[in-house]
Ligand binder design. Structure first.
Ligand SMILES: [Zn+2]
Ligand SMILES: [Zn+2]
Length: 379
């Protein structure tokens, strides 16, 4: 296996990479201002203003130049600084400091490019320092052999936010839309905020638990979910590696209680923000000590055990928020402060790359004898 490329702190490499990363974000974001109908998300446009995004773009460009300078001073090598400041200069030349948001017409279809850029900026701000200063595997950095694959999953799942959103909400609307849920919604919405939020967490996690367990227990569905388990390098980006069928089914199941119970916007939005950060956290390469909290809410240690490569530990820790749900159904496993030796699937030649992994689950019949039942049935 290819050895992960190590990052050395204090050598100007990290600041160089940060400068390049920020400059690329700035350059790409300019097209969001030029084609807002097609490249920005209506739900997010209601939350942010064009002015706040213009300011953010300027901050990102200035930060990119500052990190380029730091890289130059620390490393005495011009390569990274030159690339970062070069791309940022191109962004400025293309109008990054003068570009303005225009009035937006409603569009039939769009890509969530704004969502992708904002989320990757936020996630890197949170998780790169955590993984750099409090890593679980000290030898592992973002630049392991398959980080590009995980990034492709991240990009696709964000760009196609409209497609994923519509499809995952459909089953709840089709099966429960006709019932007439106004009374239930009225009752839920008069609950205190914290109570409603905890109820949203519990109800969705209960549905998520069973959707997840079905994907493990059914041999054909496991082929789709095994994509998520195929990563050998657990880190903040690894959770993005999920087959689109897995995303549709699991999100559609978790959307059912949200739809039926009809939480307020405040509860719903808090839930979405929490899940967006927490789902990334539990995959992260960090051994930050969560103390007693690890018995109440799932942590990286908890979810890394779910990804354990050793078949002895298959079929544990399906819950994504509350460990007690696993306790109730007999699938809880959290041995002190120990971590799994390795993560990944127990087959040596798992397909690599986004396209191969997307096609792979469709390529064999569910009745194919070559499927190794013993590897999956107890997951
Ligand atoms: Zn799983
Ligand atoms: Zn996972």
């Amino acid at each position: 296996m290819q050895q992960p490329q190590r990052l050395q702190i204090g050598k100007g490499q990290i600041s160089g990479y940060i400068s390049i990363f920020l400059s690329i974000l700035a350059l790409v974001s300019i097209v969001c201002f030029v084609f807002p109908e097609k490249l920005t998300t209506p739900e997010f446009r209601e939350i942010y203003t064009a002015q706040s995004m213009q300011l953010l773009l300027k901050v990102v460009i200035v930060a990119s130049f500052i990190f380029a300078l730091i890289s130059l001073l620390l490393s005495k090598r011009v390569k990274w600084a030159l690339i970062g400041s070069g791309i940022s200069a191109a962004a400025v030349a293309l109008g990054a400091f003068t570009v303005e948001g225009s009035a937006v017409q409603k569009s039939g279809w769009y890509f969530g490019l704004d969502w992708m850029l904002l989320d990757i900026l936020l996630m890197t701000l949170i998780f790169i320092p955590i993984e750099l200063f409090f890593p679980k595997n000290t030898g592992q950095t973002k630049f392991h052999s398959e980080w590009r694959t995980d990034l492709v999953y991240f990009v696709i799942s964000h760009l196609f936010i409209q497609f994923f959103g519509i499809i995952t909400q459909k089953p709840a609307i089709v099966f429960f839309g006709w019932i007439g849920l106004d009374q239930v919604h009225g009752w839920i919405q008069q609950l205190p905020f914290v109570v409603a939020l905890l109820l949203a967490f519990f109800a969705t996690d209960f549905f998520q638990y069973w959707a997840h367990r079905i994907f493990h227990n059914h041999v054909y569905l496991w082929r789709f979910h095994s994509v998520h388990h195929s990563t050998q390098h657990m880190d903040w980006l690894a959770g993005s590696r999920t087959h689109f069928i897995d995303i549709f089914f699991t999100r559609a199941m978790t959307f059912i209680p949200l739809y039926v119970l009809g939480f307020s916007h405040a509860v719903f939005n808090t839930y979405i923000i929490f899940i967006a950060v927490h789902a990334v956290l539990i995959h992260a390469n960090t051994r930050i000590n969560f103390g007693f909290l690890k018995y109440i809410i799932t942590t990286p240690q908890y979810h890394h055990w779910h990804h354990c490569e050793d078949p002895k530990y298959y079929g544990k820790n399906f819950a994504s928020i509350f460990p007690f749900i696993d306790k109730i159904f007999g699938t809880y496993y959290l041995p002190g402060n120990t971590w799994p030796e390795g993560t990944g699937v127990h087959e040596s030649q798992y397909p690599k790359g986004f396209i191969r992994q997307t096609i792979y689950p469709f390529t064999k019949s569910p009745f194919d004898n070559n499927l190794k039942m013993e590897d999956r049935s107890n997951r």
